[in-house]
Every structure is written in C-alpha cells, then in structure tokens.
Design a protein around this ligand. Sequence first.
Ligand SMILES: Nc1ncnc2c1ncn2[C@@H]1O[C@H](COP(=O)(O)OP(=O)(O)OP(=O)(O)O)[C@@H](O)[C@H]1O
Ligand SMILES: [Mg+2]
Length: 459
Amino acid sequence: MKMLVIEDELSVRLGISCTLEKAGYRVMAADNGIDGIRLFETEHFDIVITDLRLPGANGIEVLKSIKNISSDTGVIIITAFADVKTAVEAMREGAYDYISKPFDPNELLIIIDRFIKHRGLVLENIRLKEEVRDKKQFQSIIGVSPVMQKIFETIDVVSKTDSSVMIYGESGTGKELVANAIHNLSPRKDKPFIKMNCAAIPENLLESELFGHEKGAFTGAVLRRKGKFETATGGTIFLDEIGDMPLALQSKLLRILEDQRFERVGGNESINVDVRTIYATGKNLKEEIKAGRFREDLYYRLNVLPIVLPSLRERKEDILLLVEHFMEMFAKKTGKTGLAISPTALEILKLYDYPGNIRELKHAVEMAVTFCKDNIIEPCCLPAEIREVEMEQHLTLICDNIPITEKVKAFERDLLSRALEETGGKKKETAKKLGISRGTLWRKLKEHGFPVSESEMED
Ligand SMILES: Nc1ncnc2c1ncn2[C@@H]1O[C@H](COP(=O)(O)OP(=O)(O)OP(=O)(O)O)[C@@H](O)[C@H]1O
Ligand SMILES: [Mg+2]
C-alpha cells in the first residue's frame, strides 16, 4: 500500500509520514501541490493525504488532477477548522473523507482502514459483476438458474407465434416483465402493447373497458369510446389477473376469441379482432375451475402456451445477480458511486425466503441503498423482516474471515440503530432500553458515526 502526503507544514508532514510508516505503509511526501501532482504522475499511490491550503496548486486542484489520473485512488483532505465548507465541496469532487487539524494520528489510521476495506469490497463487487454479466440477462429479465434459462428459451420461441400465452406465478415473480418481453420480441413489437388488470376494475366497467361502448349505451356513456381490444389492434393485449375475471365476462371473452369478432357495448357493428393475447394469474386455475369460479372451456382456450415462473425461494442462485442488478439501478437513481455490499449482508439476503419474491428483494435493495452509510450496505441497512434471518440463523457466528471485533462492532451498531428506531430517536429512552448510561450511549453513538449533538444529551 503506497501513500502520498502533501502538506506544507513540516511538523504535520513528518508527523503523518511517521505514523503511516509505523503502521507499515510506504510513504512519500511533498510540501506543495505542484510537486505532489508531479510525483503522482510518475508513480501510483493508493491513497493521497493532502492539505487544502497549499503553496502551488491547492488541495482541490490536487484532488481533481489525481482523480483524473486514477479514479480509484483514495484522497483524504486535511483541513483547518475554518475550511470545513471547502472540505465538503472536496467530498463532492470525489474525496474519500476529510480530517480537521489538529487531529489524533489514530483517527487518520481509522479513515485509511475504512477506505481500504471499502475499496476491497468495491473491487470484489466489480469482479462478481463481470462474472455474472452477459447471457444471464434476457431482455430486462435477470436469471442464471437453469429454470430461468429454460424460461428465456421458451419466451424466445413463444414470441414468434401468435398463440395465446398464460403466465403463472406468485406475486412479484416477474409475470408482467415476461409479458413485455414476449411482445418486444414478437413481430408485433412496433404496435401497441395494452395492459389491463382484471382485478383492479369494477365488474360493471370491465366489459366496456375491454370492448368499448357506444354513446348512450349506459348512464354516463356520453361519448363513444374504444375499448382495449380495439386500441390494441395489430399489437398485443395483456390481461393480468385473468383468474379474477367475473364469470359472465369469461363467457363473453370465450365467444369473442372463438369468433375473432366483437361488438362495443350497446352497439351492433362487428369489429375484427387482430390482437395477440397474453394472460397472467397468481391463482391456481384448476382449483378455480373446481370451485366453479373459472370456466373450464375458457381455460383450455387460454392455456395454449403456459409459462410457469418459479418463486424466488426456488432459485436462490439468482439472488446474487439480482442484488447486483438492483444495486446498480438504485445507485444510478440516487447518484451514489462506489456502492458495495458486505459479505454478511449478502449472506442474509440469500437466506431469506421472499414471500413477495423479486419485488420484495428489489424494495429491500432500494431501502438499503438509500440508508447505507459510507456507501457500504451492511446488515443494519436491510428491512427488519429480512434481518430477522440473521438472528434466527445466528449468522453473526459464522466464520467468514471477518474479525470478531468487526462483528461485535456491527452487532453493537445494529442494536443502537434498532433501539433508536424504536424510541423515535429519543436518547434518554434509548439509553434506558439498552441498559447503559446516557454518557455511554453518547460515546457509542459518536463512535459509530450516528449524528449526535452535545445539547441533545443534556435534556
Ligand atoms: N427476473 C427479473 N429480473 C429483474 N427484475 C425483475 C425480475 N422479475 C421481476 N422483476 C422486477 O420485480 C418487480 C415485480 O415484477 P412484475 O411486476 O413483473 O411481477 P408480477 O409477477 O407481475 O407481480 P404481481 O403478481 O404482483 O402483479 C418489477 O419491478 C420487475 O421489474
Ligand atoms: Mg403483475
């Protein structure tokens, strides 16, 4: 690990260099910005520690030059107390952290440790990403598991035909995504893709939504209106939650599919159907038939090409890739760069059972990205119901080369964060809950980087 110290004050420069050398790092130093940049141009450094106010180029200029040459070098800014605002600006320019003078050398070593750990995770995450890229994604559907690979093949074949497709799967397994993919790969891809959720529309409106109505067909029908089937002409119609379609309408749909023609509600004109139909349901249609809620003849008509999407718990090997995918998605959305996930957090995500399937995992990652500190997703950033797994499985005891002190620290941070959450951030109550004095709580909160102010601890 090689470090460059750029600092004009001799005593500070020597102090830092000495501390770093003692800690086993190789160190070079410069006493002004221009020499610092020159050194960096000739040699690679993993970390640069630079003062803000320097003769020659100032700290921000040094930072920008370094980031231009090597974006993964960590830059730590040293500031005088009055410069904190500029230091924050430096963070925006890509500095890793800043430290205010005067400081305890150990404080600097802690920041360096944190950077090294973070960079290790980022590199590991990049490696994983490269490993799982390419053929693991089909349209925007992610999956490495054999069952998903098989589904990709099926989608490919099915999209070239005009037959109706029935997609089965629990909530959040990607039924809509698959319907979209089929349309996008079909010869109808430039024509409309119209979607309707049969469970979300009141029964009395469903028919006119699907087939349209003539002016005056019923109270409120002041204008003639096209239905989804007409709008979708030439394209694809996706009827979601088909298992929830009322029986009367099921008969109508069956007749229309057989005749390939339909009339608007209250009209006589017969309109040709030129649409490809895709259906989806989370229900077991065979059981619905048995219970008398679904027409058997319609079932055979619709079930021409069935696709059954497995639940996420049946294909846990896809979790890693999905996590990567969603992390990237939400990193882009939130503008966070260098996001990484800790091995323990990933382990927890792999152990959970996901009753809400991929949608639930997606939301979990979104939450974790939003709340993570230092851009590292730790177990404490995950939703409570997923974190429960950790407790159940005593995951904190698993041997994974993470030093016990780190685990104890993570556990402590988790407890603090839960207690704060439960008390709505009230410090007095939090201390009581944790069975520690307010002084101890204050110290621990500071240690773990929770926001605290002196005044808060007095009341
Ligand atoms: N294999 C996958 N790869 C990437 N994202 C996925 C995958 N499967 C599902 N998703 C995402 O998860 C969310 C839920 O997917 P989708 O809406 O297609 O599920 P669904 O089966 O239609 O759910 P519901 O039954 O609740 O309507 C969406 O945001 C979707 O983009
Ligand atoms: Mg859906």
